[in-house]
Design a protein around this ligand. Structure first.
Ligand code: C5P
Length: 230
């Protein structure tokens, strides 16, 4: 299996109430991005790891990698886009044609484990497309602009979708090309593959695999990583 990883990490992180990019937020003495990279770089099957960096921050991101992973030669820094989708597309454009599988994981999910990534990768290797997701614990309702409920969805069928999301290279490249042609903007990569009519398989994710969005999420990360004794 010839695989690469793509890490969209170019978000500005406005909801973190910080002027520095979210992926540079310190957690237990290391930048958030270093925690995200650890399990990814621990997988030898990844021949290259593409990181979409926030424009203007290439130098700082390069320093983080040099400090935390000084012997690592597989990391490639790619200019981030205006949207997450564009950041992933910029990375996909750099993936060599002889690669079979592409794993995509949000830079802002530092609690990823190597085992979860391997599970999703293995499923994609067998099926072509796999994503991590967890059952929805809360009820989800559609509400209108007046703030009243218009519908309640069937919770049994609902999943909270995460990354990693892994795909055969040709499939994810074609899915991004189609989205660009159609002017379609999705919130994850799976939806672009779904629009191709392809089947996407769901692998059990982890409730700990949160996307850091607000300052409170950092406290949670600190605690989980302390418990894991990392
Ligand atoms: O906030 P959002 O759900 O879009 O962020 C998911 C991931 O996408 C984060 O890791 C963030 O850094 C990344 N992103 C990106 N380029 C953007 C916006 C977000 O790589 N323009």
């Amino acid at each position: 299996m010839r695989a690469v990883a793509i890490i969209p990490a170019a978000g500005r992180g406005e909801r973190m109430r910080s002027d520095r990019p979210k992926v540079l937020t310190p957690i237990r003495g290391r930048p958030l991005l270093a925690w995200t990279l650890e399990p990814i770089l621990g997988i030898d099957a990844f021949l290259e790891v593409f990181i979409a960096y926030p424009p203007g921050e290439e130098h700082v991101i390069g320093q983080v990698i040099g400090q935390d992973f000084p012997d690592e030669l597989r990391v490639r820094l790619v200019h981030g886009g205006q949207t997450r989708q564009e950041s992933v597309a910029n990375c996909l454009a750099r993936v060599p044609a002889d690669i079979d599988l592409v794993a995509i994981h949000d830079g802002a999910r530092p609690l990823l484990t190597k085992q979860l990534l391997l599970n999703v990768l293995e499923c994609a290797n067998e099926t072509g497309a796999a994503i991590a997701a967890v059952p929805c614990k809360d009820s989800i309702k559609i509400c209108n602009e007046e703030g009243t409920v218009t519908a309640t969805l069937d919770r049994e069928k609902l999943k909270l979708v995460q990354t990693p999301q892994c795909f055969r290279r040709e499939l994810i490249v074609a899915a991004h090309e189609k989205a660009e042609r159609d002017g379609y903007l999705g919130t994850d990569d799976s939806v672009l593959v779904e629009r191709m009519g392809a089947t996407v398989h769901v692998v059990m994710g982890s409730y700990e695999n949160i996307k850091v969005t607000t300052p409170g999420d950092i406290i949670l990360c600190e605690e989980v990583l302390r418990r894991r004794r990392l």
